[in-house]
Design a protein around this ligand. Structure first.
Ligand SMILES: Nc1nc2c(ncn2[C@@H]2O[C@H](COP(=O)(O)OP(=O)(O)OP(=O)(O)O)[C@@H](O)[C@H]2O)c(=O)[nH]1
Ligand SMILES: [K+]
Ligand SMILES: [Mg+2]
Length: 427
């Protein structure tokens, strides 16, 4: 059992129960199990009156018998209801993600669907929500199960080739057909791997604000965040640590990081700040290079390991309009807000292009990418090398194994802990 609705006082709290003892919990608390899958208003253990939902297994989220108690969300009510549920023998509090884990173990969800649910709970923007929902509803599962079926076909053809190795033409035919199946599958996997949009959308489009000291980097971060996140002062070298804010620009998750001004010299702390600034910029999807419009010789942006750079001329309020507008990139004033909308529009456009229009079900995690690279590499060895049939069949087994790990069909004990611990208690 778990309080599924989160900590803190709320109008309604939801207590969730799953497992073979659920019916006993209901009998103890409300006298009997109500009509399945219908909300019944009942007195709950003499504590409160609330809605009771009864989902007999296997037609439930976990696949087991389940119940939900919707009670008033006050602390005393929740505490008493939780204690009353725990009073039924064999009942205990759930671990984080335990409901999802049981759903997985009972075959209700595959691993990619579980991951989709975790992403849905933590989605911050519309685009992330849509992607997570599609994945939780089987977008990736269907794709990978389809590929697995193809692989199984190729595997059985190869096995047939081995079984009939004394009938050369039959064996040759079977082996060639297996090659055709893999030949059709490989480009689909390659295209899927080439699409990074899903991971970008899940992780957010990363923007780093960099530039010389006092150009107004922290002021721009605050203007974008619409609050005072970073300290602003006229003293050069104010910012040392990297400060990050999560923005939602037109449904697109954009993570903007403010960094220390880049300059020679400075103390040990400032130098460390500069080292962090450069390293963060090199790992970004876009660098905003901020310069002061009043600076007669603005410093040019250094290369950040090939990361695209957008020039932003700040403090346009300090110079005449014509001088301020003459540079390329965005001209703005963090002080007056002039040009801020243009900067946001440009960021939204770049994030949209970076995240991109993607295929229906893209890779969303490194875990998927790692397994799929192993699948692809095994299939490439199958196709390219002059291996004998035994070894080629073995490559197909390796590919199927990694595809199985993706959906959680096989051998994934070590990844389960990591995935389910992402959930809060009650999911
Ligand atoms: N007039 C004017 N002043 C600005 C503008 N933006 C920032 N400033 C001022 O410039 C000074 C430096 O601003 P910061 O935002 O701290 O600059 P920074 O680039 O983060 O500086 P460091 O963290 O030290 O590298 C402050 O006094 C700001 O008030 C602007 O658009 N116009
Ligand atoms: K400063
Ligand atoms: Mg700063």
């Amino acid at each position: 059992m778990a309080l599924a609705s989160g900590a803190g006082v709320a109008a309604v709290a939801v207590v969730r129960v799953s497992g073979p003892g659920t019916r006993a919990v209901l009998e103890n608390l409300i006298g009997s199990a109500p009509v399945p899958r219908e909300a019944s208003l009942r007195r709950i253990g003499g504590i409160d009156r609330g809605l009771v939902l009864w989902f007999p297994g296997p037609a439930s989220f976990t696949g087991e018998d389940m119940a939900e108690l919707q009670v008033h969300g006050g602390r005393a009510v929740v505490k008493a209801v939780v204690e009353a549920v725990l009073a039924t023998e064999g009942t205990r509090l759930a671990e984080p993600g335990e409901f999802a884990r049981r759903a997985f173990e009972n075959g209700k969800l595959d691993l990619t669907e579980v991951e989709g649910l975790a992403d849905l709970v933590s989605a911050e923007t519309e685009a992330q929500r849509r992607q997570a929902l599609a994945q939780s509803e089987g977008g990736l599962r269907r794709l990978y199960e389809g590929w697995r079926a193809e692989l199984l076909k190729a595997q059985s053809l190869m096995e047939a080739g081995l079984d009939f190795s004394d009938e050369a033409d039959v064996a040759e035919d079977a082996t060639r057909m297996a090659g055709d199946v893999v030949g059709a599958l490989l480009p689909k996997i390659e295209a899927h791997l080439a699409d990074k949009s899903g991971e970008r959308l899940r992780d957010g489009f990363r923007v780093v604000i960099a530039g010389p000291p006092n150009a107004g980097k922290s002021s721009i971060l605050n203007a974008l965040a619409k609050r005072d996140v970073a300290i602003v002062s006229e003293e050069a070298g104010t910012t040392r640590d990297v400060i990050e804010v999560h923005l939602d620009i037109g449904g697109m998750p954009v993570i903007v990081a403010d960094t220390a001004g880049l300059r020679e010299g400075g103390g040990a702390v400032e130098s460390e700040g500069i080292r962090r600034a450069v390293s963060r910029a090199q790992g970004a999807d876009l660098v905003l290079w901020i310069v002061d419009a009043a600076e007669p010789n603005p410093e040019a942006a250094p290369g950040f390991g090939g990361v695209p750079v957008l020039s932003v001329t700040n403090k346009s309020d300090l110079v005449s309009r014509s001088a301020a507008g003459s540079t390329s990139g965005v001209t703005m004033s963090a002080k007056t807000g002039e040009g801020l909308e243009a900067l946001i529009a440009e960021l939204g456009q770049r994030a949209g292009a970076g995240i991109g229009a993607h295929c229906a079900a893209p890779i969303t995690r490194t875990r998927h990418r790692v397994e799929l690279v192993s699948v692809r590499d095994a299939l490439k060895r199958f196709v390219n090398h002059d291996l004998d049939s035994e070894l080629r069949a073995e490559e197909l087994r390796i590919a199927a194994h990694h595809l199985g790990r993706l959906t959680g069909r096989i051998d994934v004990e070590e990844v389960l802990g990591a995935i389910f611990s992402e959930f809060c208690i009650g999911k």
